[in-house]
Design a protein around this ligand. Structure first.
Ligand code: FHN
Length: 429
């Protein structure tokens, strides 16, 4: 006979186990921000046309044509390990894939929509293969999921360019489908983060965002969620929904208080576009340096081609960034931004008693930076150990660099100082 005492004991055990689990839930945000560098991948049937994912539906590509592209989608050269290796070769630490973008096509075998990769000629679980490759190569894995789905009849907006095409929809049913898809994605692929998108359209409310955020955390309290479920996108406050800010196609401002990640394309378009203009190596490296110097992460986007490969020129550019990172990664990973507010001439990151001055432009071989009150600079060197002359005054610090600099894209001077650089106040240059 089960006694009352036994039941109470069991209940107390369950409650204490739950509270222990909550207390031991590690806040992954500091670890995530230490990674500094991620790869965004926008991929889907739209690559068959080479136009922009989602946005070219009902524009460059007629809706019926766009929604039939999946019948031609067969990226037979897709190799998840190759994508992950290209990211690793760049020094990238996490990868985020568009599992479902605004066109509603799902890159995994979901039970909640027939509009998925298993009903294309490809018939392979792209999300699952990527998750596996990331695990094998120790790459953090993240999933992008839109909250606006112009293909789903329960979502009222079917055509962002022509409201006459919109439908009544059923947001309650739409959210139920979304929850089903999210549960599949979280339980099957165990993503470190969910990158939501599409918060801006009228049918979606802040309350809907909060509901999905809470649902996501109820499945995995540790999973990180960006700030694009809610309507407030420029700050983390009582109104906003999400764990970190996501400035787009621009480098975020120096922010020592709120975690943020800039998402920026290596080319112009998010999805693959033939002969799209690609950023120079200098622009790629300085974008990464300025993002880290702002105390943020960079989510750098590539758009693989219709055959499943990332363009060779993009793979090569990623490798070139990786070659720079082989020397300078200690000035990026695990650092904090500042203490100097970044500008066009220089930016700074810091770790322990070191300040890394990223030099983008210098007047001849000297660069002047603001004074560091009550700080003694014990030593200044380049990463190749060459000495840098330092003249410290109450007004400023003048650094005189060797005539021949080792790097063409971002030369970094290491200032060894007499205290913890991470405790210095932010200084406007
Ligand atoms: O509409 C999307 C766009 O296609 C792309 O996915 C970017 C990536 O951050 N997010 C939205 C635009 O803000």
């Amino acid at each position: 006979m089960v006694t009352k005492r036994y039941l109470i004991t069991c209940l107390l055990f369950i409650l204490s186990a739950q509270s222990f689990a909550q207390q031991t839930q590690k806040n992954l945000m500091p670890e995530f921000m230490d990674q500094r560098f991620g790869m965004f991948v926008h991929f889907g049937p739209v690559t068959v046309r080479g136009t922009e994912i989602g946005w070219s539906r009902n524009k460059e590509v007629a809706q019926a044509d766009y929604d039939s592209l999946y019948k031609e989608f067969n990226p037979v050269l897709f190799n998840a390990d190759a994508w992950v290796k290209a990211a690793k070769d760049a020094g990238i630490k996490y990868l985020v894939i568009t599992a479902k973008h605004h066109d509603g096509f799902c890159l995994w075998p979901t039970k909640f929509s027939d509009y998925n990769v298993m009903n294309s000629p490809f018939k392979r679980d792209i999300v699952g293969e990527l998750a596996k490759a990331c695990k094998k190569q120790r790459m953090i894995f993240g999933i992008y999921c839109t909250v606006l789905d112009w293909h789903d009849k329960n979502y009222p907006i079917q055509n962002p360019y022509d409201s006459t095409k919109n439908v009544k929809g059923d947001i309650t049913a739409f959210k139920a489908t979304m929850k089903g898809e999210l549960k599949e994605l979280i339980t099957k692929y165990d993503p470190y983060l969910l990158w939501f998108d599409g918060y801006w359209e009228k049918p979606w409310t802040n309350a809907d965002g909060r509901e999905i955020y809470d649902y996501t955390k109820s499945i995995n309290p540790q999973i990180l969620v960006n700030n694009r479920l809610g309507k407030v996108s420029e700050a983390l406050n009582n109104e906003s929904v999400g764990d970190y800010l996501t400035p787009e196609q621009r480098i975020g401002q120096l922010n020592m208080n709120e975690p943020w990640e800039s998402c920026i394309t290596i080319c112009q378009q998010w999805a693959w576009k033939p002969n799209d203009q690609m950023k120079s190596l200098k622009e790629c490296i300085q974008t990464l340096a300025k993002t880290a110097a702002g105390n943020g992460n960079l989510l750098f986007n590539v758009g693989p081609m219709m055959d499943g490969r990332i363009e060779a020129r993009q793979v090569f550019r990623l490798k070139e960034i990786g070659d720079w990172m082989k020397t300078y990664s200690s000035s990026i990973y695990n650092t904090k931004g500042g203490p100097f507010v970044p500008n066009d001439n220089f930016a700074s990151t810091r770790k322990g008693n070191k300040i890394y001055i990223h030099i983008f432009k210098s007047a001849g071989n000297t660069i002047t930076i603001p004074a560091l009150p009550n700080v003694v600079i014990n030593k200044a060197t380049l990463f190749n150990s060459e000495k840098v002359e330092v003249k410290q005054s109450g007004k400023n610090i003048q650094l005189t660099l060797p005539d021949k600099l080792p790097d063409d894209n971002d030369n970094v001077v290491i200032l060894d100082i007499n205290q913890d650089a991470e405790k210095l106040p932010v200084i406007k240059a």
